[in-house]
Design a protein around this ligand. Sequence first.
Ligand code: IVH
Length: 761
Amino acid sequence: MALPQQTQQLQQISTLTPNEIKNIAEVYQQLIDCITEHNHLYYIKAQPIISDNEYDELFAFLQKIEDEYPYLISSNSPSQSLIGQIAERFEKADHTTPLLSLENSYNTKDLLTFDERVQKILNKEGIYDYKYRIEPKYDGISVELIYQKGELTQAITRGDGYTGEDITTNVQTIRNIPKSLKETAETLPWRREMSEGQKGGIPDFLSVRGEIMMAKSTRKELNRQREMQGKEAFANTRNAAAGSIKLLDSGEVAKRGLFCFVYEILQINDDGEKIPLAREEDTKWGEGLLTSLWFQQIQLKKAPTSIQGIQEICLDQKTKEQLSELDFDFDGLVIKVIDETPRTESSNLFEENPESKKNSLRKILGTTNHHPRRAIAYKFPAEQSSTQILSVDFQVGRSGIITPVANLKPIKLSWAEISRVSLHNFDFINSKEIKNHDRVRIQRSGEVIPYITGVIKERRSGNEELIIPPLFCPSCGAPITNIDIHYYCTNPSCPAQLKEKILHFVSKEAMDIQGIGDAMVEILVEQKILRNISDMYTLTNPYIQITLKKFPGFGEKKVSEVASQIEASKKQPLRRVINALWIPNIGKKASQDIANFLTEKGAKNLKEIETILINAEEMQQLYGIGEKTILALQNFFSNPQTKALVEELEKQGVQFSTQQQEKNSHNNKEHFSITGSFPFSREKIREALEKEWYLFDENPTKNTTFILIWEKAGNKRKKAEDYGITIHEWRKEIVNIFPILADLPKEDPKPASQNLQTSLF
Ligand code: IVH
């Protein structure tokens, strides 16, 4: 029966209780097949035909049957992931083929050397025409999976490459690993004939190699939980995957939501005997077989190419960027020689023909003691390196906080030049024992800001100096005070603090006064035209404008543009005004909650907040605002300086009225989601809308108000439809509704998602 019909039938049956179903064993088997097919459509094809809700319902039905009829439980059931077997320890197991490692290259010159060697060996055999294929290098845990008669029978960690640990039970919990290989139209040509009892299209023996991975988002969530439990966080996804796959309780492993990507066939045969595969590197057979057997891969959608083409792909920063947009970590690329020996459509792996007698390129190229000569890894440029601290500066932040910053001898880390790195605070300096002029290790992962991981004490010369907190503010000379781990400038009108505060005040998320940048603020503060935030509104004064126009970069046009922006900002909704005040612990979301709460409580003006805060508990309950935040609010608004500032701003015409809040057309609480491939970076779209105070939901939920869809919308569209969420289709309407998106820079003709065949995303 076709899958949609079968699904529909099972959905209907699922409304019954298991004991009302007569042919329960049959239904159970159908359910296993049906869910397995949906897994395949979701994970491998990235084309699910049912919503997540429907999937969950089918899964719940399966579990219900298994609860009532435990004797029916099949090892093929997708629910195996929930079995909680506790291993005493892991048995040792031998690999069917040694799991060699790859030779590493760090620059594209190494790739040429690699190619020269390949060329030399192949030329000797009279082979002149060969090409390379390029794959992502999965940064996970290497594993061998063994299938006998189509059933997953064993999974072994890499260990020393010859013997590893048997982690079969734990691997059974990984959802995107097929537990039972399925015959499909694509796998049928793999076998010429089938003897009785054999599964069509499925090799009798198959061992494959893959990488067990944890998604970046999963590690983040796992670490959050671990930190709450006082456990150490996993430093990266590889450690998290390793720590998870080695847990003794497979029920716990199941909860870790691991994935496995399979990239190589180790052995395959048809008659039970283990023989190495001869032609796996043939694009058509090798790659095709793995995906047609429903193993998941992330493929760079780049055509097989010469070494020059490969060099270009490696050097193209987009390759790494596109991979880093995915929810998994990759530490490089893998380049493999592919066999282009022509094969006819009808030929199959085991057919006797003259071509198959030819030695495969894999065999001709052979291996060194450690590595196969047919492949090489290209490691992404170093993310960790070391350099010397040249000097230490002290920066004054918005609340007067003093941040030590190290000036470094510049180094290149993943393409970017790094010459400064934050030392955060004196606790950090002391715990890492960092001294001025030390040689330090610098790490940069992904797009994260670089940071120091440690000092190389062995490289000390004796000229290193202790880093001592300054006694006076480097910006205004006022005394510095020390509160817990931080040092603060004691002068509330310190120009450095003021600059930060003003920049925040005018930012897009706050009063949105455009045209006032770093350089302008610098001059205005230095020249004492701005001595506090409220002075901003004096810039519209014609007398001050005359002075302004004398400064470089402050032309007639600029000054009048800025003046009209300042004028318009007086009418900003209350939530923006609250955010603009830059209250400790209060960000965009909390500002919104406060404005809403005041409105709900019937307050007319922000100034009533002090009375309202007396009943802060209600606010805590309604908006989940924490005690710390309430305290920060109470402190801030009871401070005479705040009162003076609010009075002054109000005098200048800034609206603190809750009315202003209500009138705003895009009233706040709207949640949105994004799906499909856009000609713009989704991150940019998200940023632009968040600046407009919309709240982003990674996945649509019942709280989501609208979803933006471009093309190739997958699962999320269905989900949105299920929830009845408004769908805005980019082409037709999005730019009209959100003009701000029209200004986003277009990406290259090939958007990221088109360059990658990401079955998952
Ligand atoms: S092929 C005999 N392909 O990288 C060659 N390896 O030292 C087998 N890895 O631990 C390796 N992604 O587990 C290959 N697309 C990929 C890979 C990959 C990650 C791992 C492999 C090994 C290490 C290389």
